[in-house]
Design a protein around this ligand. Structure first.
Ligand SMILES: Cc1ncc(COP(=O)(O)O)c(C=O)c1O
Length: 366
């Protein structure tokens, strides 16, 4: 039997009835954009992540865009971030007319290297975006301390990290603002696009609520220049159903990860994910560093096992950001060696993890 990276339909089967009931409720109510489901979801997710406020928006990309706008990133600002992320992190910066400043990553966690962030701060720096890549938080204390000293905003890209914790505190509650994506493949995925910005700051919360509806207060009166970025009721209703199982779903990913860790531990050609003791990883991806990565991937494919490369080319080497000339060797090397294995509980459980691990061992025995 083939082992795929994802099977969203299989994920939905056990909750199909609940999803249909949620959709029917929204259809009968006839209120489709921002409403009681969105508000309830905002409260539930803020509580889940340990933040005070949530603002539902149209996507994870928009969550980042609105968060940056809320802290005053504009044309001419610089925003420090990682080149080893999904492109949306950086497009949120460029779409505001600001300039991304890429900083290299930590070779073990693949997240921003805090020391290098410090060296990159300049006169025009306005914000830092640590990305909690693959489901584990970046090293936030030094980043937040630096930001406090230099008057910078910290916007967490938690698109892959709902429920992850750092020193016991939730992703999205660590910086000034935290951004979630509900893209269907995410750990908490909608049946369409969606996103949310979380914050503990009442003033930022109020500004975000204006920003998502054109800067409109009541009626046709506009207080700031905003966007159209609203979360649909039907998506919020689906997400509320899925939230009921989110803890268990995350625990199943963590069990799969622990088994991979155990079964691959003694292979010298492989490095399994490094998780510092103060982090709880939610394994949006289980990404290993592998010798002869591309050959391994081919071998797995020939044995019916899918894998994926997140990401094959760091952003500073992409055509769109080619003006950023600096070398960032750790990110570049990581892109050549990283490989994500099937981790989602709807595609692998104990047997599946054993099959994948055995195939990896067989490849290196050859
Ligand atoms: C790290 C990261 N940031 C931002 C996003 C953008 O989210 P969305 O696709 O919901 O716009 C994603 C996922 O797609 C992501 O993985």
């Amino acid at each position: 039997m083939a082992i795929r990276m994802l099977d969203i339909q299989a994920q939905l089967v056990p909750i199909q009835d609940q999803l249909e009931a949620a959709a029917t409720k929204v259809l009968r109510r006839g209120h489709f954009v921002l409403g009681e489901e969105v508000e309830a979801l905002e409260h539930e997710l803020a509580t889940y992540c340990g933040a005070r406020y949530g603002v539902g928006v149209a996507s994870g990309t928009d969550a980042l865009l609105l968060a940056l706008a809320a802290v005053g990133v504009t044309r001419g600002s610089q925003v420090i971030t990682t080149p080893f992320t999904y492109v949306a992190t950086v497009q949120a910066v460029t779409h505001l007319g600001a300039t991304p400043v890429f900083v290299d990553i930590d070779p073990q966690t693949f997240n921003l290297d805090a020391e290098q962030v410090q060296r990159a701060v300049g006169r025009r720096t306005k914000a830092i975006i640590p990305v909690h890549l693959f489901g584990q938080c970046a090293e936030m204390d030094p980043i937040c301390d630096l930001a406090a000293r230099r008057g910078l905003a910290v916007v967490e890209d938690s698109a892959q990290a709902v429920g992850a914790t750092y020193h016991g505190r939730g992703a999205c509650s660590l910086g000034h603002l935290g951004c979630l994506s509900f893209y269907p493949t995410k750990n908490l995925g909608a049946c369409g696009d969606g996103g949310m910005v979380l914050t503990n700051d009442e003033e930022l919360y109020q500004r975000l609520r204006l920003l998502r509806v054109h800067g409109r207060a009541d009626g046709y009166f506009y207080l700031i220049d905003g966007f159209n970025s609203r979360l649909d009721e039907i998506q919020a209703a689906f997400l509320r159903v899925k939230m009921r199982g989110l803890r268990e779903y995350t625990a199943a990913r963590q069990r799969n990860a622990a088994l991979y860790d155990e079964l691959l531990a003694d292979l010298p050609q492989i490095r399994t994910p490094y998780v510092p003791a103060h982090n709880v990883h939610v394994y949006h991806q289980y990404s290993i560093i592998a010798e002869r990565r591309d050959d391994l991937r081919e071998y797995l494919k020939a044995h019916g096992i899918d894998s994926a490369v997140y990401y094959p080319l760091p952003l500073h080497q992409q055509e769109i950001y080619r003006h950023f000339r600096r070398r960032l060797p750790v990110a570049e090397w990581t892109c050549q060696h990283i490989l994500a294995l099937p981790i989602a509980p709807e595609v692998v459980t104990t047997d599946g993890v054993r099959t994948v691990s055995e195939a990896i061992r067989a490849f290196y025995r050859k």
